[in-house]
Design a protein around this ligand. Structure first.
Ligand SMILES: Cc1cc2nc3c(=O)[nH]c(=O)nc-3n(C[C@H](O)[C@H](O)[C@H](O)COP(=O)(O)OP(=O)(O)OC[C@H]3O[C@@H](n4cnc5c(N)ncnc54)[C@H](O)[C@@H]3O)c2cc1C
Length: 428
């Protein structure tokens, strides 16, 4: 975690145009876009910037295999990451990205995605075996080809959000760390203020970009946002040269070169969901997607059930809130998950047997039933907006999601169709 910035001790403003809850990539990108437009904006982060998902992810900035409604956001985000990198180092590089194939069925699946996404102007193509092996030499696996995007890439989660925050501050945003928002005040039916652990700030518009906490926050205001948490585990190596610079999805492992010279390694199947009271409350929403993906996410019953059971779902703004009692979600990584990913990567690319493992960690991914975010005004609560539920792929599209939310909050038309991300889609 980084030390709180000078803004952390700044006095609270008495009023702003927009208050943002959450200092992950979504909140900070929205603050940046709003400040650039001259809007008076304050962002509240309960601990330190990017302390949860936004610093713990793999760092992929990808278009490949996205759900189609997210593709325009991914393309716009790729441009924005480039613009941001030109101003501050966020570790963004267009390294290219490869989804390796082992058989005709893999190739057919990738071709179907390319055919469907082509209409958006994606930069993706199929590589035959020879072209794929030119990008990943010295592999033990009989790859048959790959889907490739030369312009997809990576940014560095360890410092990207801090970089965007520095631009937001320069543009005039106030960013307050270690300042949890407890609730929202309403007058005449619409948002009139946020109540933080340090006091009240009057505002007409509040964006909830609270990651895995968004369901709890919205629930306290009477809005039922179907969101659960899935634990993803990751590891990194010390700097070494494996001769691989392209980010790789090898089906049962993933790996990408880091700016510090090491590699970030994980696998899609290393995710685990704790059974918690919300798992049962939200069963009607999640049972079908879980049955369709039950090889990717394992379920576990343990102490997390009782921890969440003990957490109040309704709380008053004049008391210490759950957001202060649990400053940072910091789950332990799955040893089995990271060891498996490491084993599979080293089997496929023996050069990794020489690498030294530096660290492993985990993060709670906030997921929705259709694995797409909600980016919308919250129905029935005028002045309240939600951008959350990015379901394991919000880092890459973060800058574009922030831009789109800033436009929505200002009442401007978005260049990206936000209808697929509306709040009400789960109950329609
Ligand atoms: C292991 C792992 C791998 C991933 N890999 C990728 C990847 O390669 N590419 C990709 O695109 N995405 C990836 N993701 C997903 C991506 O990290 C998330 O979608 C994205 O970071 C979500 O950003 P966010 O701002 O919505 O949430 P977060 O980053 O979780 O930020 C929410 C913030 O809100 C704060 N907060 C909550 N409640 C309050 C409150 N009441 N008051 C004040 N602050 C509050 C929290 O402290 C937190 O800092 C991965 C995620 C994980 C965990």
């Amino acid at each position: 975690m980084t030390a709180p910035s000078a803004d952390a001790a700044a006095p609270l403003p008495s009023s702003v145009d927009v208050a943002i809850i959450g200092g992950g990539v979504i909140g900070v990108s929205t603050a940046y876009a709003l400040a650039q437009a001259g809007v008076r904006v304050v962002l509240f982060e309960k601990a330190s910037l990017a302390c949860e998902q936004s610093s713990r992810n793999w760092g992929w900035v990808r278009t490949l295999t996205r759900d189609l409604p997210e593709v325009p956001l991914a393309l716009r985000a790729n441009q924005l990451w480039g613009d941001i990198q030109a101003r501050v180092d966020v570790g963004f590089r267009r390294t290219g990205m490869l989804y390796l194939q082992e058989n005709d069925a893999d190739a057919a699946g990738h071709q179907a995605w390319i055919d469907n996404a082509r209409v958006y102007g994606i930069d993706a193509r199929q590589l035959d075996r020879r072209a794929a092996l030119a990008l990943v030499p010295d592999s033990n696996r009989p790859w048959t080809g790959a889907m490739y995007s030369p312009t997809d890439g990576v940014a560095e989660p360890q410092f990207a959000v801090q970089g965007i925050a520095s631009l937001a501050r320069e543009a005039g945003a106030l960013i307050l760390e270690r300042c949890a928002v407890r609730g929202v005040e309403r007058a005449a039916g619409r948002v009139s203020a946020v109540i933080t652990e340090r006091g009240r700030v009057a505002t007409q518009a509040v964006l909830v970009a609270a990651g895995a906490w968004s369901r709890l926050f919205c629930g306290n205001l009477g809005a039922d946002f179907p969101q659960l948490k899935v634990r993803g585990s990751v590891m990194r190596t010390l700097p070494f040269d494996a001769g691989l610079t392209t980010a790789i999805n090898g089906k049962d492992f993933t790996c990408r070169k880091r700016a510090d010279g090491g590699y970030t390694v994980s696998q899609f199947g290393a995710s685990m969901a704790d059974l918690v009271p919300d798992s049962f409350r939200l069963l009607p929403h999640f049972i079908r997607p879980w049955l369709a993906n039950n090889t990717l996410v394992r379920l576990r019953f343990g102490k997390r059930f009782f921890q969440e059971l003990a957490m109040p779902r309704h709380f008053a703004a004049d008391r210490v809130s759950p957001f202060e009692r649990h400053r940072v979600l910091d789950p332990l990584p799955s040893r089995r998950g990271v060891e498996q990913a490491w084993q599979r990567l080293s089997d496929a690319f023996p050069v990794f047997r020489n690498a030294k493992i530096a660290q492993s960690w985990a993060g709670y991914i906030d997921v929705t039933p259709d694995a797409m975010p909600v980016m919308d005004a919250v129905p029935g609560l005028p002045g309240l907006y939600l951008a959350s539920g990015f379901s394991g792929h919000g880092f890459g599209i973060g800058p574009a999601a922030g831009e789109a939310m800033a436009r929505l909050i200002q009442g401007h038309a978005s260049s990206v169709d936000l209808k697929p991300f509306r709040f009400g889609r789960y109950t329609e």
